[in-house]
Design a binder for this molecule. Structure first.
Ligand code: MG
Length: 265
């Protein structure tokens, strides 16, 4: 072991050195296992960032991106042509303008936490999917999106993987937590974006956890691809993507939204 005593050593670590260094640690580990101290499992850094929560869930935490606070649609554009969003803002609420089509965020997101509130009109008409249909596409891409369904599911029967809080045509909600038409509903969502390999194939699927009115309705479900009304979902490589709100073509009165914010994860 002559090289250890050298003043300047830039050689390679040898197996015998590792053995010498490792031996005392093994002894210490044995001692710790036999007689552990609380300090050995305390972690002090990194310290989590301080976030000031809103006074209610409707108010964005201090680190959130406010997507709609009742004043304007500056954070949104028309999905059709990326022109300024033309849905109707009044009294702190934005209401779907069906002829102008879907709207989407100007920003693109990967993983995030989303809070959004929505209301089906008290005088809603129609049945099944034709009753207050809208949706939150958790990511919208040129090759498809992933829809968390919005529709009136208060005493309104439809296929269960298409009712409110379903991941449309992929996962029915765990329970129906719907409030009656005219009442505000909340979605709180954790979105984990899918990842892709260099060749475009899927590396890890998208995951959704969602609460409807504070009730868990999707528990870290792994999506099988982009939402399809006909056929089975599939994946196509994409990167960060906008969030989209659906202007559905049903004949019922348009629904409204308020208090929309997201936290990048
Ligand atoms: Mg929909």
């Amino acid at each position: 072991m002559t090289f250890i005593s050298s003043k300047i050593w830039s050689g390679t670590i040898t197996c015998s050195m590792i053995a010498i260094v490792a031996a005392p640690l093994s002894a210490q580990q044995k001692t710790s296992t036999a007689n552990p101290r609380p300090e050995e499992t305390e972690v002090w850094t990194p310290v989590p960032a301080i976030v000031t929560p809103g006074v209610t869930d409707a108010v964005a935490p201090s680190d959130a991106i406010v997507l709609f606070d009742g004043r304007n649609l500056d954070e949104w554009v028309s999905a059709r042509d990326k022109s300024p969003a033309k849905w109707v803002v009044a009294n702190g609420v934005v209401t779907v303008n069906k002829p102008s089509g879907d709207i989407q965020t100007r920003r693109s997101f990967s993983n995030y936490q989303l809070h959004i509130e929505w209301r089906v009109p008290a005088d809603i008409t129609g049945t099944g999917q034709e009753r207050g249909n809208s949706g939150v596409f958790l990511a919208t891409t040129p090759v498809g999106g992933y829809e968390l369904q919005i529709v009136d599911s208060y005493n309104n029967k439809t296929y269960v993987n298409g009712q409110a809080a379903s991941v449309y045509k992929e996962y029915a909600p765990l329970v129906n937590a719907m409030r009656k038409p005219g009442d505000w509903q909340t979605y709180d969502v954790i979105w984990t974006a899918p990842t892709f390999k260099g060749d475009g194939s899927l590396a890890t699927p998208a995951y959704v956890t969602a609460f409807h009115n504070g009730v868990l309705v999707q528990n870290h479900v792994a999506l099988t691809g982009v939402t399809k009304n006909e056929g089975t979902p599939d994946y196509h490589k994409h990167g960060p993507a906008p969030i989209l709100l659906q202007a559905h073509g049903d004949k019922s009165a348009p629904i409204s939204f308020r208090n929309i914010w997201a936290r990048v994860l």
